[in-house]
Design a protein around this ligand. Structure first.
Ligand code: GLU
Length: 374
C-alpha cells in the first residue's frame, strides 16, 4: 500500500542506536535452536556495529527452548511451567548469542527486566544507566523479560512491547521487530487475500489500530495488536519502528536492501521526546539553586548538590522535581536521583562528601543533564 505521505522511510544504515527484537519462532523450531539463522544474524550485527551503530538485541525464545529441554508437552503451559522453562531456556539462549557474536569480537551482556523496572522511576533510571554503560563499552546487551520472577499481573508477557520500552529507555532511533509477517496489513493476510501491506505509517490512527487482529503464530506471544502498541510507545519516544519477516538469512542486510516491511515513522528525535516526557510530568518537589548553578544548567551541565540552596516537597528517587532559580523563578524540571531527605542532607555540599553524609557513594549529580529540561 502506498505511503500515506511524502515522508521517506528511515534507513537502517543511518541508525545511531538500534534495537532488534527477535521472536521465538525465528530462533527455535521443533528441533531446537536454529543455529544457521543465528550465525547469519551475528554477521548482520557485526556489520551494523562496524558502522558505529549501538545495538541492543531483545530476544524471546527462553520458554520455547526450555520446554524442549524439559520435554514439556505441546500446547499451553501453566505459569509455573513457563517460568521453569524460562529458567532452563534463558541460560542456553544467552550462551547461544555469546557464542555467535564472540567470533566477531563482540562482547554480549545479559539483561533481564520486568515491567516494574520500567514503571518504577528509580529502577528505570538504574536500568537506563546500566544499559548506557554497557553500550558505551561496546557491549551488545541481550535483553529478555525476567520470566522466572514475573507473574501474570506484573509482566509484559510479550517482547514486542518490552522491546519498544527498551528502545525508548536507551534513546534508540530505530527499532526492528523481526517477525513471522512482513509488515502491517489492512487485514490478516493469512485469512483475507485482499489484505494490503502498509509501507510507511506516519500516524497510528484508531482505524489503523482496529485493523490489528489477534495473535496468529503458535510459538510467539505477540500478534499485530502488541506490535501496534509497541509502535505507539516507540514513535512517542522518538524511535522509528519497522516490522519485517525475519526468517530470511541476514534480515538486517535484507532490510537495508529494500525488503518488504512496514515502517512506523517517529515524531521527534529520542532526546527531544524524552525531554517532552519529563516536561509533561507533575513535579513532586522544588529545588532552589544558586546563581552559579543557574549558569551551569543553562550551559547544559548536570545539577550538582553543591549548587542547591534548598529542597522542598516529598519525593522518591527518580521522581520529577521543579528547579527554581535563587529568585524563585522557574528554571526547569528534572528527574532527581536522590530522595527528598537525602537531597536535603547533601544540599550545598560537594559531591565528594556524599558518601560521608549519606553513608554510601551515590551518584555525583543530583539531576543528570539527560534527565533535565531547562
Ligand atoms: N519472554 C518470552 C521468552 O523468552 C517470550 C515472550 C514473547 O514471545 O514475546 O520465551
Amino acid at each position: 500500500m502506498a505511503a500515506l505521505s511524502a515522508l521517506s522511510a528511515p534507513d537502517i544504515r543511518a541508525a545511531k542506536r538500534l534495537v532488534v527484537k527477535i521472536g521465538s519462532a525465528l530462533l527455535v523450531d521443533r528441533t531446537g535452536l536454529r543455529q544457521g539463522w543465528l550465525s547469519a544474524l551475528a554477521l548482520d550485527v557485526a556489520e551494523v556495529k562496524l558502522r558505529g551503530t549501538d545495538v541492543v538485541l531483545v530476544s524471546s525464545g527462553s520458554i520455547a527452548l526450555g520446554r524442549r529441554v524439559l520435554g514439556l508437552p505441546d500446547g499451553a503451559l501453566t505459569l509455573e511451567q513457563s517460568q521453569a522453562a524460562a529458567a532452563v531456556g534463558q541460560i542456553r539462549l544467552a550462551r547461544a548469542y555469546e557464542e555467535v557474536l564472540a567470533p566477531h569480537g563482540i562482547t554480549t551482556g545479559q539483561v533481564l527486566v520486568t515491567l516494574e523496572d520500567t514503571e518504577d522511576r528509580r529502577r528505570y533510571l538504574n536500568s537506563r544507566a546500566t544499559m548506557e554503560t554497557l553500550l558505551g563499552l561496546g557491549v551488545v546487551p541481550i535483553v529478555n523479560e525476567n520470566d522466572t520472577v514475573a507473574t501474570d499481573e506484573i509482566r509484559f508477557g510479550d517482547n514486542d512491547r518490552l522491546a519498544a520500552q527498551i528502545a525508548v529507555t536507551v534513546g534508540a532511533d530505530q527499532l526492528i521487530l523481526l517477525s513471522d509477517v512482513d509488515g502491517f496489513y489492512s487485514a490478516n493476510p493469512k485469512e483475507d487475500p485482499g489484505a494490503e501491506r502498509f509501507d510507511l505509517v506516519e500516524t497510528i490512527t484508531p482505524e489503523l489500530e482496529a485493523m490489528a487482529g489477534d495473535p496468529i503464530s503458535g510459538l510467539s506471544k505477540g500478534g499485530m495488536k502488541t506490535k501496534i502498541m509497541a509502535a505507539k510507545t516507540a514513535v512517542a519516544g522518538g524511535c522509528a519502528m519497522a516490522i519485517m519477516e525475519g526468517s530470511v538469512l541476514r534480515p538486517l542486510k535484507a532490510l537495508a536492501e529494500g525488503a518488504a516491511r512496514t515502517w512506523f515513522v517517529a515524531g521527534a528525535d529520542p532526546q527531544v521526546a524524552r525531554k517532552r516526557w519529563i516536561n509533561a510530568m507533575k513535579p513532586r518537589g522544588e529545588i532552589v539553586v544558586d546563581a552559579g548553578a543557574v549558569s551551569a544548567l543553562r550551559a547544559g551541565k548536570s545539577l550538582l548538590p553543591a549548587g542547591v540552596r534548598s529542597v522542598a516537597g516529598a519525593f522518591g528517587r527518580g521522581e520529577p522535581v521543579a528547579i527554581l532559580g535563587p529568585d524563585g523563578a522557574a528554571l526547569g524540571k528534572g528527574l532527581i536521583r536522590y530522595t527528598a531527605e537525602e537531597a536535603r542532607a547533601i544540599a550545598g555540599h560537594k559531591s565528594g562528601e556524599i558518601e560521608r553524609i549519606l553513608g554510601y557513594a551515590g551518584r555525583a549529580a543530583l539531576i543528570h543533564r539527560d534527565d533535565m529540561v531547562v
